[in-house]
Design a protein around this ligand. Structure first.
Ligand code: FAD
Length: 227
């Protein structure tokens, strides 16, 4: 495990304490999880009350962008520069130990601490929106209608630098104490994956529009759409 974080030594704030061997701080580890997770949760406090709001994100280089309605309280507050915690989680499986105590989950997760800023430059704003769309459905930006000036004005975009971040990864079987191995209890892993279903076209789709290639081959967790 590297002890170098994104831009230098691991800070105490993002050091994984429990099961420190599961902590990862290298760029590649953090970025791979952020890129695979389709959405994240943003935590921030307003007058001492924490809120944790699910939202879509996209990583571009060493920044993460989030977007939403200009009227959204979450984006308004965060854009004012309040400290935020962004968390993304990919669930890989259930871990069933012989004892209840040792049950667990296999996962890859990321925590980013920092301060976001509103993106006001039109070019960066458009690039961020493109990144969000392409993060979720690669290939979609090319085809869908791009935002108008009115739609852009109704959308707020924030940039969060990835300076302080940690990843935590659990893999493998349950860790039962040796004394439990003699129990007549099934133990092991149940892998779980996010998988796309069959696309459903809008009822008023104009005739002759084929299912786009990027949907027919949509990949989630490296798996190909089954059909
Ligand atoms: C799907 C899932 C289910 C979990 N279920 C449980 C549960 O039921 N009970 C439980 O105690 N723990 C659970 N965890 C683990 C939990 O996320 C924490 O890692 C754990 O509570 C120990 O935190 P800590 O005391 O080491 O760190 P804390 O002191 O809480 O955090 C210190 C720093 O460590 C880093 N960090 C901590 N956890 C993570 C993480 N998961 N990913 C990335 N960075 C992290 C952050 O930068 C954080 O600022 C689960 C994790 C996942 C992804």
């Amino acid at each position: 495990v590297s002890e170098e974080s994104m831009n230098g030594p691991v800070t105490e704030r993002v050091r994984v304490r429990r099961h420190p061997e599961r902590g990862r701080y290298e760029r590649e580890a953090v970025y791979a999880i952020l890129d695979e997770a389709l959405y994240c949760h943003l935590g921030f406090a307003v007058d001492g009350q924490p809120y944790v709001i699910p939202t879509i994100h996209a990583r571009v280089g060493d920044d993460v962008y989030v977007h939403g309605a200009a009227a959204s309280r979450m984006l308004l507050r965060i854009g004012e520069g309040v400290p935020v915690c962004l968390t993304a989680t990919i669930l890989d499986g259930l871990v069933l130990a012989r004892s209840v105590f040792s049950h667990s989950m296999n996962y890859r997760s990321v925590v980013v601490l920092g301060t976001a800023r509103e993106v006001t430059g039109p070019e960066e704003k458009m690039a961020a929106l493109r990144a969000v769309v392409e993060h979720v459905v690669p290939g979609r930006w090319r085809e869908a209608r791009h935002p108008t000036a009115t739609e852009l004005a109704a959308t707020r975009v924030l940039r969060l630098p990835l300076a302080e971040a940690s990843a935590k990864v659990r893999t493998g079987p349950p860790k039962d104490p040796a004394s439990d191995a003699a129990l007549d209890v099934w133990a092991g892993e149940l892998p779980l994956t996010l998988r796309p279903g069959r696309p459903v076209a809008v009822p008023d789709l104009r005739p002759g529009i084929a299912l786009p290639e990027y949907l027919a081959e949509y990949l989630v967790n490296g798996r190909r759409f089954p059909g």
